[in-house]
Design a protein around this ligand. Structure first.
Ligand code: ADP
Ligand code: MG
Length: 227
């Protein structure tokens, strides 16, 4: 319990610092990215390095973004949103990385999907984090299946199933420990943020995984938020 408290204090402090400097970092970053893209379009023949520059800028942005979310239980902005739009947006954001790794993303939706009360921006973050993990688990390509289902009058269930490296059962408890990562350049913050946002929505997340076979992440979200 003592350790848990220390962990919470640590996160709160990180959250405060990150919030304070986050904006200051992101604005110049956005202009750097803009000019790199411009330069890339202007001189496509000598542009080998621009995609890398842009990609690395995106990476900094992700880290800053994750840090800004953490330890900062800020008010969420609830709107009625279409879950299909959120998922399709997420896929469009990750498509380039998926294509580069020969990954095919299949999405399916039940026809009767209602609007869901949620913070759209936060939920996009959730599904970007989850889809990114799925893609990163599949360096040799394969298929990722995303399914969105409606349980009549109560909840929407989103599952993301990959054919990646999987997670050893003894590692599962570590997944929500801040900074726990098995990747060379991971932050270990994605699932921490993801969990926090899902909790904000009174939802649930479940991970089933088999080492070497793949992982299935299931997110359950209530359609209505008690305000
Ligand atoms: P990061 O992606 O920066 O490592 P995350 O919090 O997103 O941080 O994930 C923590 C760890 O959980 C990852 O390093 C990885 O070991 C494991 N993990 C998460 N999702 C998957 C997945 N779909 N397949 C395999 N391992 C996963
Ligand atoms: Mg991640």
């Amino acid at each position: 319990a003592h350790e848990e408290l220390r962990q919470k204090e640590k996160l709160a402090l990180i959250g405060q610092m990150a919030a304070a400097i986050g904006h200051e970092i992101r604005n110049p970053l956005a202009s750097l990215k803009g000019f790199a893209q411009l330069q890339h379009e202007r001189y496509p023949e000598q542009s080998d390095y621009y995609p890398i520059i842009i990609q690395e800028i995106d990476r900094i942005d992700i880290i800053v973004n994750d840090l800004m979310f953490i330890g900062k239980p800020k008010g969420i902005h609830i709107e009625q949103t279409n879950m299909k739009d959120i998922i399709e947006y997420t896929i469009s954001i990750m498509r380039q990385q998926a294509n580069a790794q020969n990954i095919h993303i299949e999405s399916s939706y039940t026809e009767d999907l209602p609007l869901i009360e949620c913070d759209e921006k936060h939920l996009k973050q959730v599904f970007i984090n989850l889809l990114k993990n799925a893609i990163e688990a599949m360096p040799d390509g394969g298929t990722i299946k995303i399914n969105v289902q409606y349980i009549e009058e109560s909840e929407i269930i989103v599952s993301i199933e990959d054919e990646g490296c999987g997670i050893k059962s003894e590692d599962i408890p570590n997944l929500t420990v801040p900074f726990y990562t098995t990747k060379k350049s991971g932050t270990g913050l994605g699932l921490v943020v993801t969990n926090q946002i899902i909790k904000e929505h009174n939802g649930d997340i479940n991970m089933e995984s088999e080492s070497g076979k793949g992982t299935k992440v299931t997110v359950t979200l209530p359609v209505w938020q008690k305000l």
